[in-house]
Write a protein that binds this ligand. Sequence first.
Ligand code: ADP
Ligand code: ADP
Length: 225
Amino acid sequence: GVLIEFDDVTKQYDGGTAALSGLTLRVRTGEALAVLGPSGSGKSTLLNLIAGLDKPTSGTVTVDGVRVDRLGEAASAQYRRRRIGMVFQFFNLLDDLTVLDNVLLPAQLSGVPRQKALQRADELLTYLGVARHAKAFPGRLSGGERQRVAVARALMNRPPLLLADEPTGALDTASGQEVRQLLTELNRDGQTLLLVTHDLALAEACATRTISLVDGHLAATGVPA
Ligand code: ADP
Ligand code: ADP
């Protein structure tokens, strides 16, 4: 089915030109969509609208059957906890919590019983190849390992959608390759992904479809060669 649906979405910030302009877009369950585009083209705005962190000026945003543009603050926070996983360029891990506690956090916030959360965290850290670092603090890990921990945390509540904002942007060549491979495998295992990236190698390795934004408009669609 359709997981993300943008219908004629415009986002106009106060005093600016439209960051997104009449955008219509559908992403199906199981896709890995890469969103390319120069700085200022509307990519962050697109992510924020999907995550319910911002509202469109007009048009509708539906994700997993939820009218995200209509959610109030509390409902929006719950929507993010249950349906959206997010990973960022700079990982956004809490440096004074261990890897395991970072990964447990979303389950704690959702009231998942401790034993169940521990089991899920262990499963994810193993799947992502960082189980041996469970008791370490993120600062001791390589960039690639930190991003794998961030992905584990993002997947903790089994979100139907994983959003990634420049997930390889802060990584060296080897770590970047590691994370490209990991995201590709996740998608092959059925995880729907939306990646905002400048990393063409990531789009080529991982994306089932690529779109480009230019000045808030859809510029081109295609499957990378
Ligand atoms: P990208 O992520 O592709 O760099 P953005 O979505 O951040 O693009 O920005 C799209 C346009 O909207 C840019 O012209 C930017 O300056 C503008 N913009 C983004 N956020 C705000 C904001 N909070 N207030 C005003 N203008 C904004
Ligand atoms: P299943 O995949 O069979 O639903 P889960 O372990 O995902 O098994 O969830 C079963 C129970 O665990 C839920 O009924 C709930 O008590 C708890 N649970 C799991 N994930 C969440 C979540 N994101 N928010 C709240 N409770 C959850």
